[in-house]
Design a protein around this ligand. Structure first.
Ligand code: UFG
Length: 337
């Protein structure tokens, strides 16, 4: 089967390409390199000994996307490409709505024209807003607190409508919890531009002495140690979830939604302490005010993905901390060489 992966050189996209190639799928990548680097293509080849076909184009460019479909008989699309910085989406909402919606609409139109019926969408636990209960199940009410999250929710609604109108379509919506970690090889991982917003990229930079101290956003939440609790999932597990989703896609029609998480919540301090222990480094931190818009706790009920996709996360928090740091160390070495 030939799979088109949009945003295939990004953090989750690149790990998914590796798992696809390992599972003997043919891979065609579209990426405009807006938040990724062309080197990742070589790293994917280094890990898998296979070279995916690559197009440096923008998914919003319908003519160019059509050419990709005409040059390749695409059986399924996994759509990762999109802007994802929560804070930036608040200050530049139009950029987020234009890009994230346009790219998805373009893909869906071209898929219809080219008779491609299988679509896996990269959604987020952000669509659950501030959940009233935990763990979070797929049928919980949906709401959002920022434009980034709203683009994910709007796309989910669009996909539901498209699925109703076209009975040939198979759509799987994957709602990711908090992906961290990196490939064991240390060749691919998360490389945010500028000062990181997310916890793990910040921790690794502090551990590496590139940033002086971690700010822990609040220790007065209603959680065991007062700091925010999240469901961290190893990016390689998350990538494998996409293979399971594809397997489901080809055997059903309609639309289905799945949480991809471990089902276990860890606090900010759990993550800091585990990181220090497994990597034998110090991560100095200070407690500061809560970050506006943050929720106390968020973790998945992963039962549906287990029962219907056969997906279960295998890596634990220690692996995630070790692999995140390994990626940074390996990349530091390659800078120095
Ligand atoms: N945190 C800190 N200090 C930091 C960064 C984060 O204490 O410097 C805390 C946050 O307050 C939160 C936890 O670490 O309690 C995790 O924060 P992240 O920014 O890493 O992740 P979020 O859960 O806020 O958001 C992530 C993605 C969103 C996605 C959401 C889905 O960034 O894109 O998960 O639930 F929508």
């Amino acid at each position: 089967m030939k799979i088109l992966v949009t945003g295939g050189l990004g953090f989750i996209g690149s790990h998914t390409c590796v798992e696809l190639l390992n599972a003997n799928y043919e891979v065609v990548i579209i990426d405009n390199l807006s938040n990724s680097s062309i080197d990742v293509l070589d790293k994917i080849e280094e890990i898998t000994s296979k070279k995916p076909k690559f197009y440096e184009i923008d998914v919003c460019d319908k003519e160019k996307v059509s050419v990709v479909f005409k040059e390749n008989k695409i059986d399924a699309v996994i759509h990762f490409a999109g802007y994802k910085a929560v804070g930036e989406s608040v200050s530049e909402p139009l950029k987020y709505y234009r890009n994230n919606l346009d790219s998805t609409l373009t893909l869906l139109e071209v898929m219809k024209e080219e008779n491609c019926h299988n679509f896996v969408f990269s959604s987020s636990a952000t669509v659950y807003g501030s959940p009233k209960e935990l763990p979070i199940k797929e049928d919980f009410p949906l709401s959002t607190t920022n434009p980034y999250g709203t683009t994910k929710l709007m796309i989910e609604r669009i996909l539901a409508d498209v699925s109703k109108a076209d009975k040939d379509l198979s759509i799987i919506v994957l709602r990711y919890f908090n992906p961290i970690g990196a490939h064991k090889s240390g060749l691919i991982g998360e490389k945010p531009n500028g000062i990181p917003n997310n916890l793990m990229p910040y921790i690794v930079r502090v551990a590496n002495k590139e940033l002086p101290i971690l700010s822990v956003f609040g220790n007065d939440y209603d959680t065991p140690d007062g700091t925010g609790v999240r469901d961290y999932i190893h990016v390689v597990d998350l990538a494998k979830g996409h293979i399971k989703a594809l397997e489901k896609c080809v055997n059903f029609k309609g639309i289905e939604y799945y949480n991809l998480g471990t089902g276990t919540g860890y606090s900010v301090l759990d993550l800091v302490n585990t990181f220090e222990k497994v990597n034998n480094v110090e991560v100095p931190y200070k407690i500061v005010d809560r970050r506006p818009g943050d929720i106390a706790a968020c973790y998945a009920d992963p039962t549906k993905a287990y029962k219907e996709l056969g997906f279960k996360a295998e890596y634990g928090i220690e692996d995630m901390c070790r692999d995140s740091y390994n990626f940074i160390l390996k990349n530091k070495e390659s800078h120095n060489n």
